[in-house]
Design a protein around this ligand. Structure first.
Ligand SMILES: Cc1ncc(COP(=O)(O)O)c(C=O)c1O
Length: 382
């Protein structure tokens, strides 16, 4: 079998037909490349889809994490990294990176071995430890909905409320994920997402957004993303940045958002097909009762990962490791605190996870070939 793509963006483009080209052409014709009319249109559609009153588009999923932290003035607590923001270590760098960038301290919390998401009991312990030590002020929690699986927001919200902490859902990999029909916006103070091309809802470059029901927060972030503008763009009322989304990306996203709900259904069918076939031979992803994932990744746990990857590679099946090292073991982050006696679950997962090709347009015969390749290579963990 030739040319199996890990994520096939061209297949999606074919499915969209001329719609994207026409949307791009419209922007070329009107020429409002910065904050053109597609920006507001996209934001209105994102807030409807995300069941939130406000959607603020921005330049990337990384900026989407930065903007609420800046709006809440996290990191400005007397200098010296006095503010604590609790984050998982088993995630992409941006989650902790923006906390450190604003001058706060990321405190790493372990994840659950089944969902790969922040473990509420470890979060509670971490907040209590930080409070007992008295060196840092707990300010916020950033929970990541890794690979598309929604974090345990009911439990996380309760902890955040009881300690007066802001809750951010980093839904870069999970925009559209639900539990009992509710999205993270039902619980979190804001939901951030990324439209990096490989994300379930991606544009053709960088892009991101923040969703919130908090009007004041939305207004401050709208100002921050345009250099802290006040009533006009040359009236700077706060320190901000250039964090706007390009009109072209908004035009592309409007078209892609139109088919996103049907793509989520397709992704779920593909995931279910993988799981049914592979559960007897490897550890397949666990899905929380009542949850729907957009399946940014379909991730197995395998004991002999490099052997499995080599065997798949030989048969032309691409696979990927997200993430080979948790953040707390990386040079830039190793001096930041961790909760409890370390993060054993994050460390174990990093050594065993392996993601298979996942996108809405995998043909059945291609998927059968991938399944057969995994079965041939599998060594079932005890
Ligand atoms: C969990 C998570 N958070 C944040 C980001 C950052 O998004 P972006 O690449 O759009 O800046 C990513 C992107 O890979 C991510 O996976």
């Amino acid at each position: 079998m030739n040319n199996i793509e890990f994520i096939d963006l061209q297949a999606q483009r074919r499915h969209l037909g001329a719609r994207i080209d026409e949307a791009i052409q419209r922007v070329l014709d009107h020429g409002h490349f910065i904050m053109g009319p597609e920006i507001k249109e996209l934001e209105a559609q994102l807030s409807t889809f995300g069941r939130c009153e406000h959607a603020v588009s921005c330049e990337s999923g990384t900026d989407a994490l930065l903007l609420p932290l800046m709006a809440w003035k996290i990191g400005l607590n007397g200098g010296g990294r006095k503010d604590a923001v609790f984050v998982p270590s088993f995630t992409f760098a941006s989650t902790a990176e923006m906390v450190a960038l604003v001058g706060a301290t990321p405190v790493f919390v372990d994840v659950r071995s089944d969902t790969f998401n922040m473990d509420p009991s470890r979060l509670r312990q971490a907040v209590e430890e930080v409070k007992a030590k008295g060196e840092l002020t707990p300010r916020a929690v950033i929970a990541v909905d890794l690979f598309g699986q929604i974090a345990d927001y009911p439990a996380l919200t309760e902890i955040c409320r009881s300690h007066g902490l802001k809750l951010v859902s980093d839904a870069a990999q999970a925009f559209g994920a639900t539990i009992d029909g509710k999205q993270a916006s039902h619980w979190a103070d804001c939901v951030t997402t990324s439209f990096f091309p490989a994300k379930p809802l991606g544009c053709y470059g960088d892009g991101g957004a923040i969703l919130t029901n908090d009007r004041d927060l939305a207004e401050i972030m709208e100002s921050l993303r345009i250099h802290g503008k006040g009533s006009d763009k040359y009236d700077n009322v706060r320190i901000g940045l250039n964090g706007r989304m390009d009109t072209l990306q908004a035009a592309i996203l409007i078209q892609k958002l139109g088919i996103f709900p049907e793509e989520i259904v397709k992704r779920n069918k593909i995931a279910a097909r993988y799981s049914e076939a592979l559960a007897p031979v490897v550890t397949v992803p666990f899905v929380v009762d009542g949850a729907v994932s957009p399946w940014a990744q379909y991730t197995l746990i395998v004991d002999k990962r490099s052997e499995m990857q080599a065997a798949l590679n030989k048969r032309g099946v691409p696979s990927a490791v997200y993430y080979p090292r948790p953040l707390h073991q990386q040079t830039a982050y190793r001096d930041f605190p961790m909760s409890g006696n370390g993060l054993p679950v994050s460390e174990e997962l990093s050594s065993k996870v392996l993601s298979l090709p996942m996108h809405p347009y995998i043909e059945e015969d291609t998927q059968d070939y991938i399944i057969e390749s995994v079965k041939q290579a599998a060594v079932k963990p005890n």
